[in-house]
Design a protein around this ligand. Structure first.
Ligand SMILES: *Cc1c(COP(=O)(O)O)cnc(C)c1O
Length: 400
């Protein structure tokens, strides 16, 4: 009998085919190995599994429902459109799924502090929430430019008891925040744990974050079968680093279900205008792992852009690079305007205000639904749009 996919990948060194691995200084490699060993222990431990189940049910509010979008389905007149409602997960997005797992692991390892960088602040807020729950200290590094742009999230993190460290060198955004957070982590490997915010970074994070997000796929499969008696024909999700996509994909990977990752095309396919790493990138190593990435003319990570700040990352999780390279997943691009239009469409037709990130996947579903009568599309609605409404209304008004 063939081993299920999730048991085959990654291999012991954290590779998905040639992608992944751990390209970090020796000291950090050692710290990552400790995390990997601790994770192997608790992943088999029934107390840990029971604890995580309890947290998911009573703190996060899982399972999140699947919703049949009856108005959109009728309006577009083709495929049935369904949403996995991760926007209803506590804190309003899927990110808490892996942050609670990482927090529980840190607690198990006897760590006192969670450290991370954040760009728009979404990962920072989810991690600060987990730290509050577990009684851990939390230190979030954030570029000064992002602190100004995303002030409400800074306030949230502080209310939750986290220390926000402003980063004032270089371009004062995400890249510098990573360097700053990493330096802080290196200075106290003993007491702290670096908590990565997606299926990226050195081994074991791509594996661990995927496993913590897999609950989305497990629930979805069960709920979809119960609701419709069948599996969906297509499952789709937006891809930044790729955690919400792998979460839902992993539930269907051994089935004959089409899996489609949606990347942000921003203002267009010219250099610097998008963040479609898989569609336009090439192989390279960045942030400790080998994957497909966007590079500038001297081979460094490219400057990227998307209207969705959770998607503007110049690389992508190594497992996405692998699944795409073997043809198991497809990748499509959605522009800023298509995403914003889908944002208004879902809000006005179904009464659900989605995150701009998630709106990319919604836009793809709307784009293909018309020609797929009799089929069923399941979209991972990764988060809610409360965080985006000021920006949207100030930029576009009340419709596109
Ligand atoms: C952060 C974020 C994303 C992108 O991250 P992935 O790791 O690609 O899932 C998508 N949607 C929302 C709502 C987010 O907050």
């Amino acid at each position: 009998m063939k081993k299920p996919y999730l048991k085959q990948f990654p291999d012991e060194s954290g590779f998905f085919g040639k992608f992944g691995g751990s390209f970090v200084p020796e000291e950090v490699k050692k710290a990552m190995q400790e995390i990997n060993e601790a994770y192997d222990l608790i992943a088999q431990n029934s107390d840990f599994i029971a604890e995580l189940r309890k947290i998911r049910k009573h703190f996060q509010g899982r399972p999140t429902p699947i919703y049949f979008a009856h108005n959109l389905t009728k309006k577009y007149g083709g495929a049935g459109i369904y949403f996995k409602r991760e926007d209803l997960n506590h804190t309003g997005a899927h990110k808490l799924n892996h942050c609670m797992g990482e927090g529980l692991l840190a607690k198990f390892m006897g760590k006192k502090k969670l450290i991370a960088e954040t760009g728009a602040g979404q990962h920072g807020v989810a991690l600060a929430t987990a730290a509050a729950y577990f009684g851990l200290e939390c230190e979030i590094h954030m570029g000064e430019i992002d602190i100004q742009k995303e002030y409400p999230n800074v306030v949230r993190m502080k209310i939750l008891g986290a220390k926000v460290v402003p980063v004032s060198f270089g371009a004062k955004t995400l890249k510098e925040a990573v360097d700053s957070a990493f330096e802080s982590y290196m200075s106290d490997l003993e007491n702290s744990m670096y908590a990565i915010g997606s299926v990226v970074g050195p081994h074991p994070f791509p594996r661990m974050v995927r496993d913590f997000q897999a609950i989305v796929g497990i629930e979805s499969k069960e709920q979809f079968l119960e609701m419709t008696g069948e599996l969906p024909d297509i499952v789709t999700a937006c891809v930044g680093g790729g955690s919400n996509a792998l979460g839902i994909f992993s539930g269907f990977i051994d089935d004959s279900v089409e899996l489609v990752g949606v990347e942000p095309l921003g203002r267009g396919s010219e250099y610097g205008n998008h963040a479609s790493s898989l569609s336009y990138g090439e192989e390279g190593i960045m942030h400790g792992f080998n994957s497909i990435m966007l590079k500038d003319s001297s081979g460094n990570p490219a400057s990227v852009y998307s209207v969705a700040s959770g998607l503007d990352y110049p690389s992508v999780g190594p497992e996405h690079a692998y699944l795409h390279s073997i043809g198991r997943t497809k990748v499509e691009c959605i522009s800023d305007n298509e995403a914003i239009s889908a944002f208004f469409e879902l809000s006005k037709e179904e009464g659900i205000i989605p995150a701009i990130e998630s709106s990319h996947a919604v836009a793809y579903a709307l784009k293909i639904a018309k020609d797929l009568k009799g089929k069923k599309i399941l979209v991972n609605l990764s988060g809610r749009g409360d965080k985006d409404i000021d920006f949207i209304v100030n930029t576009y008004g009340y419709s596109l």
